[in-house]
Design a protein. Structure first.
Length: 204
């Protein structure tokens, strides 16, 4: 535009194009902020509410919660807790069975299964639970150097491997729970049953 500044035809065309590109970029950025969780990259609770309105006649909903997450944060710090949230999110976003994952808030996640009965989604949720439980998470010691040293020495502050577990509650639309909000609440109650049962399990 600056190169052809004196051109009375190209100048307004370039100016208008630049303005359109800027507006589109702002809209895309605003949408990303509103509908995606910045930390995990998953769709946010606002996106969940919109997708719940689009659910058809049959569907199931699952609520997932990281076990003992508050204790984990208190022990290892919020930065490490954020890394755990990212790890769990990276696993549940690829859930099988046609599910779509969302970050509900805090250490809770929601998975929608449009067109699926609960008996169809339970094996996929169990598979997801097992996958998370098997993956170790490395906790780095405070004195651990950022760069790998040439000479290895044993240290009490070396990284240690811990395992994260999740509890999952699931529910489906039926005669008792006829709306998405009712099914979501039912899944949340099932989640608490999973925690009372001992955590690291799936309840319906």
């Amino acid at each position: 535009m600056l190169h052809n500044y004196d051109d009375q035809i190209l100048h307004p065309i370039f100016s208008a194009t630049s303005g359109i590109i800027l507006i589109i970029s702002i809209i895309q950025y605003s949408y990303s902020i509103a509908f995606y969780d910045e930390l995990t990259g998953l769709p946010s609770r606002r996106a969940l509410k919109q997708d719940m309105m689009k659910l058809g006649i049959n569907y199931s909903i699952a609520m997932l919660d990281i076990d003992f997450f508050k204790k984990f944060n208190d022990t290892y710090g919020h930065d490490t807790g954020d890394q755990v949230l990212k790890l769990v999110a990276s696993i549940i976003k690829d859930v099988n069975g046609g599910g779509k994952s969302f970050r509900y808030g805090g250490e809770e996640f929601t998975i929608l299964f449009p067109g699926k009965a609960i008996n169809e989604v339970l094996p996929h949720l169990e598979e997801l639970r097992e996958k998370i439980a098997k993956i170790g998470f490395a906790i780095l010691g405070k004195d651990r150097p950022k760069k790998k040293p040439k000479n290895r020495t044993k240290s009490s502050n070396a990284s240690k491997l811990i395992h994260i577990t999740v509890s999952i509650g699931a529910a489906q639309k039926n005669e008792k729970y006829k709306t998405p909000d009712a099914v979501l609440n039912s899944a949340d109650k099932a989640l608490y049953r999973a925690k009372k049962k001992g955590r690291n399990c799936v309840c319906r």
